[in-house]
Structure formats: structure tokens, C-alpha cells
Design a protein around this ligand. Structure first.
Ligand code: ZN
Length: 93
């Protein structure tokens, strides 16, 4: 992970909110977002609707409202680092 073109654009693994979500989503040409979160995922609560769910991949959606959440791999040992993109954010399909 030393040569990373995405890391020089301003947003980075320690950004917050939507910026972090977009960063993780696009990191390494999309190779990161579908990787499993270590230790069988992170228990969290949707920051949009409060529904408990488990982050299974570095970018994941609330099963109830579809709210997009992400966590960056260097911070993936603590659910407090999960960032929420905001209620109106939709991932590009
Ligand atoms: Zn939700």
C-alpha cells in the first residue's frame, strides 16, 4: 500500500463523512470497497436511521434505509471510526 494514487488527492483514509466514503469506495480502483472487514465485520448502528447492522465490507449499506457507511482499512478495528455518507448519498451503480 505504498504507491497509492488515490492518497494524494486531498481525501484520505483519515477523512470524515462522505469524503471518507468516497475515498474508500474509489481506493485502488474499487478493489478495497468489497474486501471483508477483519474479524467478521464490525457491529454498528446506522447513522441515518439507527438500525443495528454489521459492516461486512469496507463500504457497506444499512439494510433498512440503504445509508452508505465506510471505514478505512487502517482504522477498521474500531466501529467508532465508521463514517456515514449522509442520507442523500447514493453509491454509483
Ligand atoms: Zn439506516
Amino acid at each position: 500500500m505504498s504507491e497509492c494514487g488515490s492518497c494524494s488527492s486531498g481525501a484520505g483514509p483519515f477523512s470524515e463523512g462522505k469524503e471518507l466514503v468516497e475515498f474508500v469506495y474509489g481506493a485502488h480502483d474499487g478493489a478495497i470497497k468489497d474486501l471483508p472487514v477483519p474479524n467478521d465485520g464490525l457491529e454498528t448502528k446506522c447513522q441515518g436511521c439507527g438500525e443495528p447492522f454489521t459492516m461486512k465490507t469496507f463500504v457497506d449499506k444499512c439494510p433498512k434505509c440503504g445509508g452508505v457507511h465506510a471505514i478505512s482499512p487502517p482504522q477498521s478495528d474500531d466501529q467508532a471510526n465508521i463514517q456515514f455518507a449522509g442520507k442523500d448519498f447514493k453509491l454509483p451503480e
